[in-house]
Ligand binder design. Structure first.
Ligand SMILES: [Mg+2]
Length: 424
């Protein structure tokens, strides 16, 4: 009988963003599987969860018992549904699907039930400091064949003048043509400062400009990144309704999901939610009450392919489409896992995609390929992506993980103008 002989976690940052990849080795010397366990803000905790707990638990077990092993890993900690532990399980789970595919000589999408489409449509990000710069970036992406574009002023939140450690925010910023009028008090701590009013007003002006220049037939998206109080989010969604967004993402944090029912009553704007979800009770009411239109979970953070395909089936029953989280803090193995699900699930919506900057394709041979706005798998058995371990070792993760997340220092230390720590 084929058995699991070792489970380990490889940490690497080839493109500057820390990644965690789990390797499950078997009693067949040449046969192993890879899975993405990336939680870029807490990488070494994930590695410990994999190697201190899951490795001894899984040695000697049959790697084809994917469901049983998922349930075992999930329940073995007694307390469950957390990031870190779910990421660790995801790494194992994706690796077991990879092994099963390699043994069967089939890509993972075939094991799930085959293709519902030949490739997955992606959206990419256009950022800018002002509406014209955003427009230039939208047009550049459109020329490259990308049809769906997420538009942000200053990254996620229309940041007003960010502070530096030496000079905390105390200016009157003009952002995207909107003038902020708040000053920070003496003693305000360092961070990335933003003003919710400046954010809302500047993004509405951005979409007015983009629609005037592009017309209505270019699918545009936007991510609020949970930066608003609930009633501000409700007003913002109404203001965005005329701009015909493909979807609006994360208008509220998971703590305020009850507000979605109110938002829904006021504007017919497609809503995408769930990037931060880790617990089934976070998504269950939103899906079964049809309060969102796209589920946006980070597959590694909910525990891998096994729970994601069940979540997709739940969504299918309630008319919700998938839009798995796909930024740079997912390894190419994780992007492949997203894509195999995208190809199969009937209720696929769209796939976020951040590209594979060098040297990722060299460290991870077999990366999915983007052609004319669609992402394709390479059709190799399993997930189709390998890791060049010696090369990965040349790109160690950043030493100060509490400061460094998602490639941007202090991104998770956002503050309101009066110095209050707020959500990134
Ligand atoms: Mg997001």
């Amino acid at each position: 009988m084929l058995t699991i002989t070792r489970v380990r976690c490889i940490l690497t940052a080839p493109a500057g963003i820390g990644l965690a990849v789990v390797k499950v080795e078997t009693s067949d010397a040449g046969l192993y599987g890879l899975g993405c366990a990336t939680f870029t803000q807490r990488l070494t905790a994930v590695k410990a969860a994999v190697e201190d707990y899951l490795d001894p638990l899984l040695r000697g077990r049959d790697p084809s018992h994917i469901e049983d092993i998922w349930q075992l890993c999930y329940q073995n900690s007694y307390w469950r549904n957390s990031p870190v532990l779910n990421n660790a399980i995801s790494g194992v789970d994706q690796a077991l699907w990879d092994i099963l595919g390699k043994r069967a000589g089939l890509p993972v999408y075939q094991l799930l039930g085959g293709k519902s489409r030949p490739a997955a449509a992606v959206y990419r990000h256009a950022d800018g400091r002002d509406p014209q710069e955003v427009l230039d970036n939208v047009l550049r992406l459109r020329e490259a064949g990308i049809r769906y574009v997420r538009c942000q002023l200053g990254g996620y939140g229309g940041l007003a003048q960010p502070s530096t450690d030496a000079a905390p925010y105390n200016n009157v910023g003009v952002y995207g043509g909107v003038k902020g009028n708040m000053r920070s008090p003496a003693g305000a701590l360092p961070g990335e400062y933003y003003d919710p009013d400046v954010y809302v007003l500047s993004v509405v002006r951005m979409f007015e400009y983009l629609r005037a220049q592009l017309g209505m037939d270019v699918p545009l998206l936007h991510d609020v990144h949970e930066r608003l109080a609930p009633i501000e989010a409700a007003r913002f969604v109404k203001q965005l309704e005329p701009f015909r967004l493909f979807f609006l993402e994360d208008p509220l944090p998971p703590e305020h999901i009850e507000w979605f029912a109110r938002i829904r009553q006021h504007a017919a704007v497609p809503l995408a939610m769930g990037e931060l979800f880790t617990h089934p009770l976070e998504w269950k009411p939103l899906i079964t009450q049809q309060l969102i239109d796209f589920i946006r979970v980070h597959i590694s953070t909910i525990g891998g392919i096994t729970p994601a395909r069940k979540l997709a089936a739940l969504c299918e029953a309630f008319g919700v489409r998938t839009a798995w989280h796909g930024p740079g803090d997912i390894s190419p193995v994780g992007h492949a896992a997203n894509l195999h699900l995208d190809l199969h699930v009937p209720n696929f919506g769209i796939q976020e995609f951040s590209g594979f900057p060098d040297p990722l394709p060299e460290v991870f041979p077999g990366c999915p390929e983007l052609r004319d706005g669609y992402l394709y798998v390479n059709e190799a058995p399993g997930l189709g992506v390998d890791i060049h371990e010696a090369l990965a070792a040349r790109y160690p993760i950043h030493g100060d993980m509490a400061q460094f997340s998602g490639g941007v220092v202090r991104w998770t230390q956002s503050r309101l103008p009066d110095g209050t720590l707020w959500r990134p």
